[in-house]
Ligand binder design. Structure first.
Ligand code: URA
Length: 240
């Protein structure tokens, strides 16, 4: 197996990122630094990245219903609870795919399939992510239209989105808005809704592609069915 593929299988990074890691001189095979991209390795070779031995594990795919109050990182220097505290020991180095803000709840994928993770997070593949936002006030038709057409955030326009009002303004002064976006920019949904004058007070991701949150308790984590994995991989142009 080629070295970059081996690294991707070991959950180090996507194949492309693994190539960069090799070129950066971070990889050794049997103790010898290797920077040739075509290098082949077999089961008896010992491959290390930054001195740490890595091995290809079978791919593991977890779907979590993340509760609010957890950060989406592997560890947190400020000692906050991370999503890694919620996953079972799967014997493989799974990582969150993209991120949810600490205050955001809902669906989060974790995997050691580096190629799938990279494509699911890349705007180019336009994978749908659906959010249900409780907002202060209620966006008017003009605001809804702006959400759909795209809004400038930090100088860059968001891609067209689907937006609709799920519940109108209630006596507490909030309404419920559903947004389907195809990118994953930092705090994107909060920034989009704030831009139309309706700051988010609660945010839940209810869907990633065809995967829905329905029936999962907060903090629950389950292994994806193979047919779901195949559907996700096919969606982003990876072989089954
Ligand atoms: N958009 C946000 O604003 N926050 C999230 O956590 C995810 C998407």
């Amino acid at each position: 197996m080629r070295l970059h593929r081996y690294l991707a299988h070991a959950g180090v990074a996507s194949r492309r990122k693994s190539e960069e890691i090799i070129l950066a001189g971070q990889v050794t095979v049997n103790g010898v630094p290797v920077i040739e991209l075509g290098t082949k390795v077999g089961p008896d070779d010992v491959v290390a990245v930054d001195g740490e031995v890595v091995r290809p594990a079978g791919h593991v795919y977890l779907l979590m219903n993340k509760p609010a109050g957890y950060v989406t990182t592997l560890s947190d220097e400020r000692g906050r609870r991370t999503v890694m505290h919620l996953i079972p020991d799967v014997g493989a180095p799974v990582k969150p795919v993209g991120r949810l803000d600490m205050d955001t709840a809902g669906l989060l994928l974790l995997t050691n399939d580096g190629d799938l993770a990279a494509r699911l997070s890349h705007a180019k593949y336009g994978v749908e992510k659906e959010y249900l936002a409780t907002v202060l006030g209620q966006p008017d038709e003009h605001g809804m239209d702006r959400l759909r057409r795209g809004i400038f955030i930090e100088g860059q326009k968001t891609a067209p989105a689907e937006a609709h009002l799920v519940a109108p303004l209630n006596s507490a002064g909030t309404s419920l808005v559903s947004l389907v976006i195809h990118e994953g920019r930092k705090r994107q949904v909060r920034l989009m809704l704030a831009a139309v004058g309706c700051p988010v007070v609660k945010l839940v991701r209810t869907r990633i592609a065809h995967l829905v949150q329905k029936g999962m308790k907060p903090g629950e984590c389950r292994t994806l069915h193979m047919k779901d994995v195949q559907r996700l991989r096919a969606l982003v142009g990876l072989e089954r």
